[in-house]
Design a protein around this ligand. Sequence first.
Ligand code: FEO
Length: 405
Amino acid sequence: MRCGTAFGGHMKRKIKNNVSWVGYIDWELKTFHGDDFSIMHGSSQNAYLIEEEKTVLIDTVWAPHRFEFVENLKKEIPLDKIDFVIANHGEIDHSGALTALLAEIPDVPLYCTANAVKSLEGQYGKRGWNFKVVKTGDSVDIGNGKKLIFIEMPMMHWPDSMATYMTGDNILFSNDAFGQHFAVEELFNDKADQCLLYKEAMKYYANILNPFSMMVGKKLPEIAAMNLPIDMIAPSHGVIWRENPLQIVNKYAEWCAAYKEDQVTVIYDTMWDGTAAIAHEIAREINRQSPDTVVKVLNIAKTDKNEIMTEVFKSKAIAVGSPTAENNILSTVAGWLTFLKALRFKNKKAAAFGCYGWSGEGVGILKNLLKDAGFTVIDEEVKSLWNPDDDDFRKVPALISSLLK
Ligand code: FEO
């Protein structure tokens, strides 16, 4: 864990009128959620300060940066000038500085959902914080004719999650929704490398939000029905969407509806390269039968697991291979399949393949685990005794034909 310069090297930065970013950009972060989410291009924890007639802080930063966060906030405003704090979500990457902040201003009203009271007290203990529980549609005046409207966002991605909408400036502070683990020093979407931005936004959705796609699919029309003009979406990670902000909302509408592209991903591990040989023959056969289909071949042991999940997210079908080892499948594949099940992909097909030397349970175990993970598993398989030979490879066209059907 690394403690760097407060605000990631910056003081507050205006994003619109009287609204500033006061977060933390971490270019050196390598993993998140412990080591469960890989970070390839840095990340940020975005907090925001509103200075209207009322002064409002929306979210804070991760606990390792809490003292620097508070010290730097003091350089911008006397802390007792803060009229209230909003905790859109209780997870430690956004609530981590509350303990240090509220030690200095213990009576400040803290607006959050009822579930956030549970998650905050569950993590930090009962500290007598001045909670103000809010529900969708509740609002608070901040002066100058503006107000903040709260929108509960349960399971996007915790039960306690909510968004806060600021009238007048038409900013949706969406917390984790619409975020990316992506460091962009210039803060805004139009300044970012667009290819990387969408790669990271999709990886974030596939690995964090996909299990809750049904809730995303219900929440988006609900927000639209509130008829709130949105000029800017300010999430708690990555870029602030100011240029065509609804582009990411439209992407979420696509992504939450059992998203797939014309892609098949072959995912495997191998002991002595027999299962690898089948994997590559499967890839070649996909290309023979469907030359326009994108094919990816990924060795689980050598590829970042979150990147593999993004490829699964894009795929209409996957083929998963493991040799039989100790009457089972390789531990790399078994662990990955546990993660696959957790992400609750829908409307995708799957096939299984692998080599064996004597007992040969591997392919059957793979099929059961893939079914259990919600995939439509085809009957065809390639199960090769010792190393695959021509007879085994002759089974590949039928497997691909069924997988592409
Ligand atoms: Fe970025 Fe769920 O915290």
